[in-house]
Write a protein that binds this ligand. Structure first.
Ligand code: G1P
Length: 286
């Protein structure tokens, strides 16, 4: 964005919201006592991958919308002096370096979501942690990798050109799978091959009713205007408030951009995707 003096100004996004209150019932019994976000791909829990992606995009406040059953997430980002003492001066000493680095440079804030009323409700619950500024949202179930910049970093760059818009990450999915996602319809921006001006969107349509196969995945940049819209967004037929429905309202005002990111995404909210991520990471590292 250009400032009044014609200089390029960079709008820094400081906060990333993580909606992590859900029960993770698809992974029972593993998730009975352990939050699903603490399940690891190799040795690192999903939530830590998410936090590291937010850090790579310059964010330093990690705003967790959590529940009373998810204490392990908070513990994960706090020092553990007994374990640290036990690995000191051993070959394992560096194994906590990344998480300790995240803990020391980021501010972790928490708020409890007492009722599970949909992703829109979860994001609205985080309003006191965000305030009046643009912010990112990561759904840690969607694990994203890329060869160059992280997906969220790519999105923060695009946001600079559209500071009044919300950005959603999208990917093409088989038409038979559109009913698992928010799906967008839109036009490519002039001169772009990967960014669309969204003109409508629909949450989990049947294949017959889907406008496209461009599915929203768990990365968003939202302007604070979204909170006013969410306040007025009616619940859907299941009693849930959907972020897709709120974004649909902003899309009618031309304020939503969908970005086909450069990278790969694993749906770690499904056993199949979780195994695929594990195999892909193992192939790279082991
Ligand atoms: C949520 C959103 C959906 C989006 C998806 C991405 O659905 O409601 O629009 O496509 O995340 O993972 P959920 O997977 O929580 O049912």
């Amino acid at each position: 964005m250009k400032s009044m003096f014609g200089l390029e100004t960079f709008i820094k996004i400081n906060k990333c919201l993580f909606p992590v209150a859900g029960y993770g019932t698809r992974f029972l019994p593993a998730t009975k006592a352990i939050p699903k976000e603490m399940l690891p791909i190799l040795t690192k829990p999903l939530i830590q991958y998410g936090v590291e992606e937010a850090m790579s995009a310059g964010m330093t406040t990690m705003a967790m919308v959590t529940s009373k059953y998810k204490q392990a997430i908070k513990n994960h980002f706090e020092p553990h002096s007994d374990i640290e003492a036990s690995i000191k001066d051993t070959a394992k000493e560096s194994l906590l370096d990344e998480v300790n680095h995240a803990s020391s440079v980021c501010n972790f804030t928490y708020i409890e979501q007492d009722k599970m009323l949909g992703l829109g409700h979860a994001i609205y619950t985080g309003k006191p942690l965000i305030g009046n500024e643009p912010f990112a949202v990561i759904l840690p179930d969607d694990l994203c990798t890329s060869v160059s910049e992280s997906v969220l970093k790519q999105m923060t760059k695009l946001y600079q050109q559209h500071p009044n818009c919300c950005i959603v990450a999208i990917e093409e999915v088989p038409m038979t799978e559109v009913d698992k996602y928010g799906v967008i319809d839109g036009e490519l921006l002039e001169g772009s091959s990967n960014a669309y001006r969204v003109n409508s969107m629909v949450e989990k349509p049947s294949p017959e009713n889907a406008p496209t196969n461009l599915a929203i995945i768990g990365r968003y940049i939202l302007t604070p205007e979204i909170f006013d819209v969410l306040e007025k967004t009616p619940a859907d037929k299941n009693g849930e408030i959907q972020i897709t429905d709120a974004l649909m309202i902003l899309s009618k005002q031309g304020k939503v951009i969908a970005y086909k990111f450069d990278g790969e995404r694993f749906d770690c909210g499904s056993v199949k995707g979780f195994v695929a991520a594990t195999n892909a990471f193992a192939k790279k590292l082991l």
